[in-house]
Ligand binder design. Structure first.
Ligand code: MEV
Length: 339
């Protein structure tokens, strides 16, 4: 067997209590995320802007298990418990093993308990957040700290195995937990300048849709008619660039118009849905500055840009229109050079 790591405190065979004094348990968490603009086109190397949703989080606790029991995953919310021995191809078991390998460990006897307040398959990054929390919690349990780039890379590799062609934006914004400008093919990330704070209201359609489904449909459409879809992606990229400019000067009227323009392009890409458009129409009628779906689409969530005068009305309009969950997130200004 290849020896992975020879450093003190690491080993590549089964971790036993006599060889490593791990704490009895360790926990870590990771936030949800919101794509402000640029989803789908980002898969095709156009830029996108994403925000962390720090108030909704996934949390993973790693606790030492009895020697020889191996790795178990527990999801109390789903009333589910499973073991790596029985389900080696399970995405989270594979991610746990990849993390152990990265840290220079082989097998461990642990129980990982996962809790999350991020709705699954809603466009708010639930899978990537659970993955990032799992990676961090395992590392903490083994006495290691991983930097955001390592966490992001491990989660990305896992998403690639199960979600086809992820752009990498979800794992990146979640691992770094800051507002980012993201662009493939090199997964370039830049912090964005936000001149003034603003508020976004998120409405959940309650419809669940795995991201890989609309992503696969866009891929099929693009393969059938590359000229049309490349032109649409270019238009999305131009909107995202203008969103960055609007954020940098705090022009929220312009930002609202740009979010609406992005929604219209997402409709043309075929990833919107009647449920999303019902909520989007409701918030526009209630005075939102702009609104669009966020994430993969075909369900999940939409976002509305609001100001103080429309905040309450927009949230109420979403409830009246049947949103299953209404969240509010305030995006803080970034400090500038002199700030
Ligand atoms: C999903 O949050 C965003 C998409 O652009 C897919 C991706 O970037 O991998 C729809």
């Amino acid at each position: 067997m290849t020896k992975i790591n020879d450093q003190a405190g690491t080993r590549n065979d089964a971790l036993s209590s006599s060889s490593f004094s791990a704490p009895r348990s360790a926990s870590a968490s990771a936030p949800g995320k919101l794509i402000l603009c640029g989803e789908h086109a980002v898969v095709y190397n156009r830029p996108a802007i994403a925000l962390p949703l720090s108030q909704i989080r996934a949390q993973v606790t790693v606790a030492a298990g009895p020697p020889g029991t191996g790795l178990h995953l527990v999801a109390p919310d789903l009333d589910r418990i499973w073991s790596a021995a029985e389900s080696p191809a399970d995405p989270l078991c594979e991610l746990a093993h990849a993390t152990l390998l990265h840290l220079g460990f082989g097998a461990v006897d642990v129980r990982l308990t996962m809790l999350s307040t991020i709705p699954i398959a809603s466009g708010m990054g639930s899978g990537a957040a659970i993955g990032a929390a799992l990676v961090r919690a395992l590392a903490a349990f083994l006495g290691r700290a991983l930097d955001p780039a390592e966490v992001s890379a491990l989660v990305y590799a896992s998403e690639q195995r199960y979600h086809g062609t992820p752009s990498g934006i979800d794992n990146t914004v979640i691992a770094y937990e800051q507002a980012i400008w993201f662009q493939r093919p090199n997964a370039t990330i830049e912090p964005i300048t936000i001149a003034a704070p603003f508020t976004v209201i998120i409405g959940d359609t309650g419809m669940r849709c795995e991201t890989r489904l609309p992503v696969g449909e866009v891929r099929r459409r693009w393969q059938a008619d590359q000229a049309t879809y490349e032109a649409l992606f270019d238009q999305v990229g131009a909107v995202v660039t203008r969103v960055r400019d609007a954020l940098a000067v705090g022009d929220f009227a312009a930002l609202g118009v740009l979010l609406d323009a992005n929604q219209s392009l997402l409709e043309q890409l075929g990833v919107s849905s009647p449920e999303l458009e019902h909520l989007i129409m409701a918030v526009r009628n209630a005075g939102a500055l702009g609104a669009k779906l966020s994430g993969g689409g075909w369900g999940g969530v939409m976002l509305a840009l609001v100001d103080e005068s429309s905040r309450e009305r927009v949230a109420e309009a979403l409830r009246q229109a049947g949103a299953t969950q209404v969240l509010e997130t305030r995006v803080e200004a970034t400090l500038n050079e002199t700030g």
